[in-house]
Design a protein around this ligand. Sequence first.
Ligand SMILES: *Cc1c(COP(=O)(O)O)cnc(C)c1O
Length: 339
Amino acid sequence: MSDFPDLPVSIADIREAARTIAGAADGTPLVPSAFMEEVTGHAFWMKLEIGQATGAFKLRGATNAIRLLGDVPGVVCCSTGNHGRAVAYAASEAGIPAVVCMSTLVPEAKVERIRAMGAEVVIEGQSQDDAQKAADRMVESRGLVEVPPFDHPDVIAGQGTIGLELLEARPGLSTLIIPLSGGGLAAGVAVAAKALNPEIRIIGVTMENGAAMDASIRAGRPVEVQEVASLADSLGGGIGLSNRYSFPICRELLDEIVLVTEEEIRDGMQALFFEDALVAEGASAVAHAAILAGKISVDGPTGTIITGRNLDTSTFMRIMVGEDVSLGEATLKGRAYGT
Ligand SMILES: *Cc1c(COP(=O)(O)O)cnc(C)c1O
């Protein structure tokens, strides 16, 4: 077993998180994809975080962080949707108030579900950074405690429990392909996976438009990227210019970052649906997208994380039947699966 003493989250933190979230956000199914096994020539495993109560893995990090807070007046977060939903759910379980700050880019369906969980919603600006400013104000004016979507050790440790469960079930995995945005998921899972199997290759995948972690690792420091609408809306947002945790871990432990186009994400979503019968967000389909596009070659048993299922169902249906869909200013051409 290996550990990384210089990194801010350890395998011990992740084991502790596993105990903290037990019974609330753990134990999602791990299922094989016969289709992806045929495509890659190797066993292919999917960790179904779409089975979480809030429909996405972010419940792990939010539950861990909130359970460790103890007695506070309430929590606040900014979010592209899934973290907000997780914080709203975990706060209501803990019996404390939650405020969720989001930008106008977040789909209305996600906003409504968060309100329905009893959280107060604040919509501000065109980007995650604008939503962050609203969250900062709530910390000052109301004394709420912020639960960040990715750049916090307790959040990273919570997401890392996925890596623990994956490697305990399939210790022989040679490659793990992880949807990547702010990097809380990739950081936590990489710490756990490399602790249990130092040889494992960790690949982060994100969309070409707005690949903040990739640009930051290349620049050697956190940088801003322009945010545009994407089928993988959950991968939107920067990594934060004052990033302290997820950036150094991803820089150290990610073996590779692969970027996918909107067309490739569409193809990945269709493959997940038509071949694996899974309804999942664009963010969850990036491993399928990258492999089908020939951007990743695997050399042994491979795993990925089907991170969330909180999508706009009418857009999803349009993509499945091959209709065009609009992405902000742009239009993504439709293509019927298998044609
Ligand atoms: C947040 C999220 C991701 C990316 O996680 P990061 O920790 O920000 O890298 C991927 N998929 C879904 C569905 C998400 O909600």
